[in-house]
Design a protein. Structure first.
Length: 492
C-alpha cells in the first residue's frame, strides 16, 4: 500500500476498532488518531497516560521498572537494592545496556543484581530487619560503593514496611547516603510514575546535599546532560560534541553517572534535557529552586543535531556559538558520507515506530536524513505534553497510537505495510515472523550508540543492514499455509 490519505487512515482505525465490545471500542478510540499539524494541543485529538484496558495486550512496564530500570539503575557507583521478590530485579537487570566505565564489583555496580529476595515469611513478618542486614552485608562486601538505594517492589507497599526509617538508620551507621524509593510497581498506570517518583527521591535525598557548599569551582560553560541513559554509549557520543563546542559537562543523568555528579548538578549554568518524559520533573525542580534553565535537545541525525547544537549555543556567548558551528562543520564530511552511502539504499522506505520516552518523535529526523518516512508512531507511556511535541514533528495523515494493543499494532501493520518497524523486544519476533524487517529501538538491538554524529553512522548502517537483508524475501510466516497443501491433503 502506498501512503494513506487522511480518510483512509481514519477508516483503518474504525475497521480495527470494530472487533471490540462497545465499551472497549469507545475507550480505545480515544487513543488512536490521524495526525493533524494544525492542532495546537494534543488533548484535543488523543488521550494518554490512562490505565490500560484489562484483557488487551499492553507492553507497558511498572513504576518499579521506571525507577530502578531507567532512572536509578544506571547511577554506577551506588548499589540499588531491588527490595522484594527476586523476579522484578532479575528482569530489570542488564537489559538496558547502560554502558559505564569502572571496575564492576569494586567501584561500579551497574550490571550486578542486588535483591532482598522476599520469601513468604518476609511477607508475614515484614522485611525491615532483612533490609537492614543486607545493607550491612553490602558495606562489608563492597565498601567502595558511594551509596545505596532501596527500590521498592509491590509487596513492600502492600505490607507497609518502613523503608524510610531503615534507610535513615543505615545511612547514619554506614555514613553514606541510603535512599528509599517508594516505586512499588502497582503505583500509577505505567513506568511513567516510576520516573516521577525516582526524580522526587533524587530531589529529596540527593540534590540538596551541597546546598551552601561553595567549594566547587564552576565555569560559565558548565552544563549537565539530563535524561541520557548511555544505551550502547549514547551519552558518550553526545558528550563529545558538547565538549568540542566548548562546554564543560559536569554531570550525566544517569547513564555512566555518579552520585557526586548528581550532587553537583545544582551548580551548573544550563541543564540539557534529552529524555523529556523521564526527567522533566527534576529539570523543572532545579529551575524553580536553583534558577537553572533547561532546554530540550535531540541528537538523532545530523539535521536535528545541528538544530540542537545551535539552540544550546543560544544560551551562551559567541565562543560557544562559534564552537557549535565549528563542530557542525568538522563532522560535515563524515555525515555527508554516511548519507551518500545509505540514502540511495533507504530512500522512500516507510517506517512504523512504537517505543517509549522520547524516541517515537526524536528519531523521525534521523530517518528523514536518510530519505525515509515515519508513517506511524506511538508511545507506551507518554503524557499529553509528549504528543504536543509529536504532532508538530509528524506529517499530516500519519497514524498515531497511544499504548497500542498487540492486536491493533498487528492489524495496522498488515494494512499500512511498512518497510521497517522499530519497537521493543515484545514486538520483535512477532513482526520478524511476519517477514517484516524490525529493529529493537529500546536498546538498539545490541548495537549503538545512535546519538551524535558517531551514532548516526551506526544508525544508518543498522537500518540498511536490517531492511535490505536478503533473508526477508526467503521466509514465510509460519501460520501462512502452503496453498497446495489443502489439495494434497484432500487427495490423500
Ligand atoms: S508490578 Fe510489582 S511485582 Fe510486577 S515487576 Fe513491577 S514491582 Fe515487580
Amino acid at each position: 500500500m502506498t501512503n494513506l490519505t487522511r480518510e483512509e487512515t481514519e477508516a483503518l482505525i474504525a475497521e480495527v476498532l470494530e472487533i471490540y465490545p462497545e465499551k472497549a471500542k469507545k475507550d480505545r478510540a480515544k487513543h488512536l488518531t490521524v495526525n493533524d499539524q494544525s492542532i495546537e494541543q494534543s488533548k484535543k485529538c488523543i488521550t494518554s497516560n490512562r490505565k490500560s484496558l484489562p484483557g488487551v495486550m499492553t507492553v507497558r512496564g511498572c513504576a518499579y521498572a521506571g525507577s530502578k530500570g531507567v532512572v536509578w539503575g544506571p547511577i554506577k557507583d551506588m548499589i540499588h537494592i531491588s527490595h522484594g521478590p527476586v523476579g522484578c530485579g532479575q528482569y530489570s537487570r542488564a537489559g538496558r545496556r547502560n554502558y559505564y566505565v569502572g571496575t564492576t564489583g569494586i567501584n561500579t555496580f551497574g550490571t550486578m543484581n542486588f535483591t532482598s529476595d522476599f520469601q513468604e515469611k518476609d511477607i508475614v513478618f515484614g522485611g525491615d530487619k532483612k533490609l537492614a542486614k543486607i545493607m550491612n552485608e553490602i558495606e562489608g562486601l563492597f565498601p567502595l560503593a558511594k551509596g545505596i538505594s532501596v527500590q521498592s517492589e509491590c509487596p513492600i507497599g502492600l505490607i507497609g514496611d518502613d523503608i524510610e526509617a531503615v534507610s535513615k538508620k543505615a545511612s547514619k551507621e554506614l555514613n553514606k547516603p541510603v535512599v528509599p524509593v517508594r516505586c512499588e510497581g502497582f503505583r500509577g498506570v505505567s513506568q511513567s510514575l516510576g520516573h516521577h517518583i525516582a526524580n522526587d527521591a533524587i530531589r529529596d535525598w540527593v540534590l540538596d546535599k551541597r546546598d551552601g557548599d561553595n567549594s566547587f569551582v564552576g565555569t560559565p560553560y558548565d552544563v549537565s546532560i539530563i535524561g541520557d541513559y548511555n544505551i550502547g554509549g549514547d551519552a558518550w557520543s553526545s558528550r563529545t560534541l558538547l565538549e568540542e563546542m566548548g562546554l564543560r559537562v559536569v554531570s550525566q543523568w544517569s547513564g555512566d553517572g555518579t552520585l557526586a555528579e548528581m550532587e553537583l548538578t545544582p551548580k551548573v549554568k544550563l541543564n540539557l534535557l534529552h529524555c523529556y518524559r523521564s526527567m522533566n520533573y527534576i529539570s523543572r525542580h532545579m529551575e524553580e529552586k536553583y534558577g537553572i534553565p533547561w532546554v530540550e535537545y535531540n541528537f538523532f541525525g545530523p539535521t536535528k543535531i545541528a538544530e540542537s547544537l545551535r539552540k544550546i549555543a543560544g544560551y551562551f556567548d559567541d565562543t560557544i556559538k562559534e564552537g557549535a558551528e565549528r563542530v557542525i562543520e568538522r563532522y560535515k564530511a563524515q555525515y555527508d558520507a554516511v548519507i551518500a552511502k545509505y540514502r540511495p539504499r533507504l530512500e522512500g522506505k516507510r517506517v512504523m515506530l512504537y517505543v517509549g520516552g522520547l524516541r517515537p518523535r526524536h528519531v523521525i529526523g534521523a530517518y528523514e536524513d536518510l530519505g525515509m518516512e515515519v508513517v506511524g508512531t506511538g508511545y507506551e507511556f507518554a503524557h499529553n505534553d509528549d504528543y504536543d511535541r509529536t504532532i508538530k514533528d509528524m506529517g499530516n495523515a500519519t497514524l498515531i497510537y497511544d499504548d497500542v494493543t498487540g492486536y491493533e499494532f498487528e492489524e495496522f501493520v498488515k494494512k499500512v505495510k511498512p518497510d521497517l518497524i522499530g519497537a521493543g523486544i515484545k514486538e520483535k519476533y512477532i513482526f520478524q515472523k511476519m517477514g517484516i524487517p524490525f529493529r529493537q529501538m529500546h536498546s538498539w538491538d545490541y548495537s549503538g550508540p545512535y546519538h551524535g554524529y558517531d551514532g548516526f553512522a551506526i544508525f544508518a548502517r543498522d537500518m540498511d543492514m536490517t531492511l535490505n537483508n536478503p533473508c526477508w524475501g526467503k521466509m514465510k510466516a509460519p501460520w501462512i499455509k502452503d496453498e497446495a497443501a489443502p489439495a494434497i491433503a484432500a487427495a490423500a
